[in-house]
Ligand binder design. Structure first.
Ligand SMILES: [Zn+2]
Length: 398
C-alpha cells in the first residue's frame, strides 16, 4: 500500500505541476483553478512531510483543477482509488466533477458511468441502477456498457427477471452490430440461459414445477444442449414421476459431449432406478462409455458388471478398455482387484484412494477448486467456468 501511495502521489504531483506550468504559459485553464493551485499544492507537500499520505493525496487532488485537460486524470484517479477499495474517496472525486458546470454532455456521461461503477463497488445498487438506466437511455455510445453494468447490479441482488430483460437488450444490441454489446464479459446468450435457470430453481423451491419447466425450456432457446437446463428438466421430470422423459433429457446430455461427472452419474442412477429391468443402468452406462471413454464411466460400469455378474467379468471389461484408453485409475482398480481380500497393508489404502473419485472441480478462469460444481464460480463470478477434474479420458501419462 505504501508503494502504491508513493506512485499515486508522484503522478498527482506531476499532474498538478504540469497543469500549473501550462496555465502559466497562457494555455486554457479556469481562473479558480489558477488561483487555488499554489496553496493546495504546498499544503499537499506539508502533509507529505508529516507522513500523512492519505491527506496529501486529497490535497493534491483538490489542487488539480478541473478542465478539459485534467478531466481524464480525475477520472483515472477515482478509478484507481475505487480499485484500491477506497470507494468513498472515488465517489467524492467523481461527484466533485459533476459540480462543475462546464462539462460537455459526453464528459457528463463519462463521469456518470464512473460514479455508477463506484456505487456498484460500494453496494449502493439502487443509485447505480438509476444512473445506468439514464445512461442507457441518453448515450447510444455507452448503452451497451451501461447494460453490462446493469447485469452486475441485478446479479448482485438476484433480480433474475430484470437480468433476463437486460441480457435480451444486449442480444438485440449485438444483432444491431454494436461491437461493445458482445465486446466484454460472457456472451449475453449464455448469461440469459443461466438467469432463466436461476428463476427455474426459485420456482422449484416454491414447488411450482410448471413455471420451472417453462423457464428451463426458455433457457434452451439459444442452445438446446445446455447442461444446466437439461439437468434441471431431468430432475423436474423425475419429481413428476416421469423417468422416461427424464431419460430423454439425459440422452441429450450424453450426446452433447459435456464431460461425465459424479453428479451426472448420480442423476442417471436415479433415473434408471425407476426404469423397468434390472440392467437399465448398465445398458445406458455402456452406451455412455462408447460415446465418452472416460475412466469414471469405465469404473462405474465395472462396478455394475460386478454386481450383475461377478468380479471376473468386471476385470475383463476394465482390461479391454486399457488397450484403447490407457488410464492410471483403471489400471489401479485392476491391481486392487488382484490383491487378496484379507490384505490390509498400506498399499491397499493408497490404491483405494487412487480409484476413488475425489478429483473435485476447478474453475478454468481463476483456478478456484472445490468438491462440488457451482454454476457460478465463487472466486471470479464467471458462469459455468467450473469443470470436473477427473474428466480427462486418458490420464495414464498425467
Ligand atoms: Zn473462477
Amino acid at each position: 500500500m505504501i508503494a502504491n501511495n508513493a506512485l499515486l502521489l508522484l503522478l498527482l504531483v506531476l499532474a498538478v505541476a504540469g497543469g500549473w506550468t501550462l496555465a502559466r504559459g497562457g494555455l486554457r485553464m479556469d481562473d479558480a483553478g489558477r488561483a487555488q493551485l499554489p496553496s493546495q499544492y504546498y499544503r499537499g507537500f506539508n502533509f507529505l512531510l508529516d507522513g500523512e499520505e492519505e491527506d496529501a493525496i486529497d490535497a493534491f487532488t483538490e489542487a488539480l483543477s478541473v478542465n478539459e485537460e485534467t478531466l481524464d486524470t480525475h477520472i483515472a484517479l477515482g478509478s484507481v482509488l475505487r480499485k484500491r477499495g477506497e470507494v468513498d474517496r472515488a465517489i467524492r472525486i467523481h461527484q466533485n466533477l459533476l459540480a462543475r458546470s462546464h462539462l460537455t454532455v459526453v464528459q457528463l456521461h463519462q463521469v456518470h458511468l464512473e460514479l455508477a461503477r463506484d456505487f456498484i463497488a460500494a453496494g449502493l445498487y439502487d443509485r447505480a441502477e438509476q444512473l445506468l438506466r439514464d445512461l442507457s437511455d441518453e448515450s447510444p455510445d455507452l448503452n451497451a456498457t451501461a447494460q453490462r453494468h446493469l447485469l452486475e447490479v441485478f446479479e448482485a441482488q438476484r433480480e433474475w427477471s430484470e437480468a433476463v430483460v437486460t441480457a435480451e437488450n444486449l442480444i438485440a444490441l449485438s444483432l444491431s452490430e454494436d461491437p461493445l454489446a458482445a465486446g466484454h464479459g460472457q456472451s449475453a446468450h449464455q448469461l440469459r440461459c443461466h438467469y432463466l435457470c436461476e428463476q427455474a430453481e426459485v420456482a422449484i423451491t416454491a414447488q411450482d414445477s410448471s413455471s420451472a419447466r417453462q423457464y428451463y425450456h426458455d433457457a434452451l432457446r439459444d442452445n438446446g444442449n445446455d447442461l444446466r437446463a437439461r439437468i434441471g428438466l431431468a430432475n423436474a421430470s423425475l419429481l413428476e414421476g416421469s423417468s422416461k422423459e427424464a431419460l430423454e433429457h439425459f440422452e441429450v446430455i450424453m450426446a452433447s459431449g459435456r464431460a461425465c461427472t459424479p453428479e451426472l452419474l448420480d442423476l442417471l442412477s436415479r433415473i434408471c432406478a425407476d426404469q423397468a429391468g434390472d440392467s437399465a443402468y448398465s445398458a445406458v452406462l455402456q452406451r455412455y462409455y462408447e460415446q465418452q471413454p472416460a475412466p469414471l464411466l469405465a469404473l462405474t460400469l465395472a462396478a455394475e458388471l460386478e454386481a450383475e455378474k461377478d468380479r471376473a467379468a468386471a476385470d475383463d471389461f476394465l482390461r479391454l478398455t486399457l488397450a484403447d484408453n490407457p488410464s492410471v485409475a483403471v489400471a489401479t482398480a485392476l491391481l486392487l482387484s488382484g490383491l487378496p481380500e484379507e490384505n490390509d497393508q498400506p498399499e491397499r489404502r493408497i490404491l483405494e484412494q487412487l480409484t476413488q473419485n475425489k478429483q473435485g472441480y476447478a474453475c478454468d478462469h481463476c483456478g478456484f477448486t472445490g468438491q462440488s460444481r457451482h454454476w457460478r464460480c465463487p472466486g471470479c463470478r464467471h458462469w459455468d467456468s467450473i469443470h470436473y477434474l477427473g474428466a480427462v479420458p486418458q490420464d495414464a501419462h498425467v
